[in-house]
Design a protein around this ligand. Structure first.
Ligand code: PEP
Ligand code: MN
Length: 255
C-alpha cells in the first residue's frame, strides 16, 4: 500500500485545505506559498457539477500543474475521481482519492478503486442513510479499514437557507460504533463562507478526526464554489482557533 498521509493517531486532528478546483498555477502557488503552508492539499481536477454548463475542471492541465508544483516542494494531493477512466492518470499525482457525494452509490467505481493502493475519502451522498454509507464503504474493504476515510458533507433536508444539513449526529454515531476515520467538510455542508469556520469547530467537538475545507486565494474570482471558500486570512484564523480548540478534545492540530 502507498503510504497513507492521513494515517494520524486518535490524538491528532488533521486539516486538508485547498480550492474547490485547481484553476491555475498562480492560484495553487498562492496557497502553497502561504506562511502556514498546508501539506494536505485538496483540489478538483475533474469536477462533477450539477449543471452541465458549469465549469467542469481543467482536467489534464491541472495534472501538469500539480506535478510541477510537487517537484518543487512535496505535498500530499487529494483529488476527486469521478470516473474509473481517470484512475490511471490521477495516480501519479494523488495521495488519496476522493469519491464525491454524487458518486457514493457508484459501486463499480468503488470496486475499481479497491484494486489500487491509494486510500479513499468516501463522501456521504446527499440522501444516504448511515447504513447505506457504511454499505458503500464495504466495497472498499480490500484497502483495509485504515485506508477508508468517511467524510460527512451534509445531507438534504427540508430547509433551504443552507446548502446542506450538517449531520454531526452521524459523526458522533460513527465514532462510537465504528473504527473508521471520519472527517467533516464544513464548506459543502454550510455552503457560505461566514458559517464555515463555526461548523468546523462544531465538528471537532463532535469527534471528527479531520476537516476538509475549501480555501481560495481570491474567492470572488473562483470558478466554482467561491461563495463558500475561505480566503487566506480566514484560513489563518481557522488554524489559530483550531490550535486552541483541539487540545480541549485531547487532540493536536496537524496541517
Ligand atoms: C468537493 O469536495 O469538491 C465536492 C464536489 O464535494 P461533494 O462531493 O461533497 O459535493
Ligand atoms: Mn466545491
Amino acid at each position: 500500500m502507498h503510504p497513507n498521509p492521513l494515517n494520524f493517531s486518535a490524538n491528532e486532528l488533521f486539516l486538508i485545505v485547498g480550492p474547490c478546483a485547481v484553476e491555475s498555477e498562480t492560484q495553487m502557488r498562492a496557497i502553497l506559498g502561504h506562511e502556514h503552508r498546508p501539506t494536505l492539499i485538496r483540489g478538483g481536477i475533474h469536477k462533477m457539477r450539477t449543471n452541465a454548463k458549469s465549469f467542469q475542471g481543467i482536467g489534464d492541465e491541472g495534472l501538469g500543474i500539480i506535478k510541477k508544483l510537487k517537484q518543487e516542494s512535496p505535498f500530499d494531493f487529494i483529488t476527486e475521481v469521478t470516473d474509473v477512466r481517470q484512475i490511471e492518470t490521477l495516480l501519479p499525482v494523488t495521495s488519496v482519492f476522493q469519491v464525491g457525494a454524487r458518486n457514493m452509490y457508484n459501486y463499480e467505481l468503488l470496486k475499481e478503486l479497491s484494486r489500487y493502493d491509494r486510500p479513499v475519502i468516501l463522501k456521504r451522498a446527499f440522501s444516504a442513510t448511515i447504513s447505506e454509507w457504511l454499505g458503500a464503504a464495504e466495497y472498499l474493504s480490500n484497502l483495509g479499514e485504515e485506508n477508508i476515510i468517511l467524510c460527512e458533507r451534509g445531507v438534504r433536508s427540508f430547509d433551504n437557507k443552507l446548502r446542506n444539513l450538517l449531520d454531526l449526529g452521524s459523526v458522533i454515531y460513527l465514532k462510537k460504533n465504528t473504527t473508521f476515520k471520519i472527517i467533516v467538510d464544513p464548506s459543502h455542508s454550510m455552503g457560505l463562507t461566514p458559517y464555515v469556520a463555526d461548523a468546523a469547530y462544531a465538528a471537532v467537538a463532535a469527534g471528527a478526526d479531520g476537516l476538509i475545507v475549501e480555501v481560495h486565494p481570491d474567492p470572488a474570482c473562483a470558478l466554482s464554489d467561491g461563495q463558500q471558500a475561505l480566503n487566506l486570512p480566514q484560513y489563518d484564523e481557522l488554524v489559530k482557533k483550531l490550535r486552541t480548540l483541539a487540545p480541549v478534545f485531547q487532540k493536536e492540530l496537524r496541517i
